[in-house]
Design a protein around this ligand. Structure first.
Ligand code: ADP
Length: 502
């Protein structure tokens, strides 16, 4: 301790005061000692000297220690008060301690004085630290609370038994409650859900009822690490809709057991409305495009037949070009339409059993007409019939083959392989082209994702084909993936489960 300790000594006997002073000098602290003998001087010293510690005799001629203790306790309860007395007696000591003194030291045992002061000072230091820590803690709590209250997201925290621990103001609103007080009357997440169901029709993105079990918080309890869900709330009374994105994360204890669940709710109503407008626009635009493109195609074919008769080679060449471009436009409008249907959850499947071998060979033959540079080879065989929507699955194979053609401009062959195991048929399309770096191999199945080939040849496309293919395969309960090496080529695989019982 660097600061001088200010000690107020209430003692009328000078020799005793001297002894006490000498004893204090043995301590490892600097001090200033002020000695007083009367009540008046004692009170004045309390106000002016402002001691850190008080040492007092028990009996003085005109004053007494107990009264001094009372005075000190009243005005300065934090200043430690120690009796240094010649009066023996346990009862006396106990009585003074009860009244608030910190110690009772006998004058013939003064060696206890310094350790007692040290102990008191240490305790004071600890208490100060605890108080400071508490204040920091309180400050950061206030800061976190302010942050949580001002962010636009809703925050809901509950424990592993569903007991509600915290919600911020926006969380309260997004759950459909008017105030935190109203929500605080409901203590568990289950009852909040019940209340919410009374007011809202709750649906998922495809329009199916959204169930309590599907809540990301409940998925966290079942072991999922980062679950999220997009949920639509339709107000039963007001016919109003709001959309939220819900993400939940666990807070685990040292053993890894989930203690609490933090759920963040974002209002995505506006975003959803924009998406809906955009999807509707794409549907309308692609319908509008489809009509003229279809007649363009029909007239081109008509012209082609006429020119065939006249044997004009140059005309024929240009007409073939127009025909090819119309095919591209048709494919584009169809892709756009499919994409909107997928987004709106309106894509329909007409499944049937069919022989995959002839099917694949027919597609390969058709696609062969689109490339002069490559030879498309089909290898392998699938014995059992597959079960699925033939047109939609053809779309997948055609997408993979046209990508294989497009992204392997220097290669001479493309290989389609058919194989099967007990549960499923597998079809692979292998090219020997530009390949795909590992970091992109998952991303290419995302909507509109295209690899930016810096400095390389640019390839036309909109990044829809693999997304649509992925969605089609998913709806057949199959899988689609790619294995690829940059500059060596890619193999796209997809599987379709056989119909059980077939
Ligand atoms: P598009 O070809 O119209 O851009 P896709 O969805 O079919 O859209 O493909 C997404 C992206 O994946 C492509 O832009 C391309 O970068 C990459 N890709 C797809 N197939 C291949 C392939 N066979 N070889 C190399 N890259 C490919």
């Amino acid at each position: 301790m660097n600061k001088e300790l200010r000690i107020l000594l209430l003692e009328d006997v000078s020799t005793d005061a001297e002894l006490i002073k000498r004893e204090l000098q043995k301590g490892d602290f600097l001090f200033i000692l002020k000695q007083v003998k009367t009540e008046e001087a004692f009170e004045k010293a309390l106000e002016e000297f402002i001691p850190d510690i008080i040492l007092a005799d028990y009996k003085l001629p005109l004053f007494d220690g107990i009264s001094a203790l009372r005075i000190a306790q009243k005005g300065h309860p934090d200043i430690p008060f120690i009796f240094v007395s010649g009066y023996r007696g346990e009862e006396l000591a106990v009585e003074t301690l009860k009244n608030g003194a910190r110690d009772y030291i006998l004058k013939d045992n003064l060696s206890r004085l310094v350790p007692s002061i040290r102990l008191i000072l240490n305790e004071q230091e600890e208490q100060k630290k605890r108080k400071q820590a508490e204040e920091e803690l309180q400050n950061s709590k206030r800061q976190v609370e302010t942050i949580l209250q001002t962010i636009v997201n809703g925050i809901v925290v509950y424990d592993n038994e569903g007991k509600l621990i915290y919600t911020n103001e926006n969380g309260t609103k997004l759950l459909g409650f008017s105030s935190r007080e109203e929500l605080s009357k409901i203590s568990s997440i289950n009852s909040i859900w019940e209340k919410t169901c009374e007011r809202f029709e709750i649906k998922d993105e495809l329009g199916n009822p959204f169930l309590f079990d599907q809540l990301p918080g409940n998925r966290v309890l079942r072991g999922e690490a980062n679950p999220e869900a997009t949920i639509c709330f339709k107000d039963k009374g007001m016919n109003k809709v709001h959309w939220v994105l819900v993400k939940s994360r666990p807070i685990v204890d040292a053993q890894g057991k989930v203690q609490m669940i933090v759920t963040v709710i974002s209002d995505i109503t506006e975003q959803k409305e924009q998406e809906k407008l955009k999807d509707e626009f794409i549907i309308t635009a692609s319908h509008e495009l489809k009509t003229p493109v279809t007649s363009l195609k029909a007239f081109t074919q008509f012209l082609e037949k006429l020119i065939d008769k006249n044997q004009n080679k140059e005309y024929k060449h240009y007409i073939a070009k127009i025909d090819k471009q119309s095919d591209k436009l048709i494919k584009l409008t169809n892709d756009l339409l499919d994409l909107s249907k997928i987004q709106a959850g309106k894509i329909e499947f007409h499944k049937e059993c069919f022989d995959p071998n002839k099917w694949i060979r027919d597609i390969a033959e058709d696609m062969q007409t689109l490339t002069n540079g490559h030879r498309i080879m089909v290898k392998g065989k699938i014995i059992r019939d597959v079960y699925g929507d033939k047109d939609r699955l053809s779309q997948v194979v055609m997408n993979l083959l046209s990508n294989a053609i497009k992204y392997s401009p220097e290669a001479k062959k493309i290989v389609v392989k058919l194989s099967e195991n007990k549960e499923k048929a597998m079809i692979a399309v292998q090219d020997f082209g530009i390949g795909i770096e590992e970091q992109y191999q998952d991303k290419i199945f995302n909507r509109f994702f295209r690899i930016n080939h810096n400095n390389e040849k640019t390839f036309p496309g909109l990044g829809m084909g693999l997304y649509i293919s992925h969605q089609i395969i998913k709806r057949h309960s199959g899988q689609i993936w790619v294995e690829s090496l940059k500059n060596k080529g890619s193999t796209f695989y997809f599987t379709i489960p056989f119909k059980t019982g077939s």
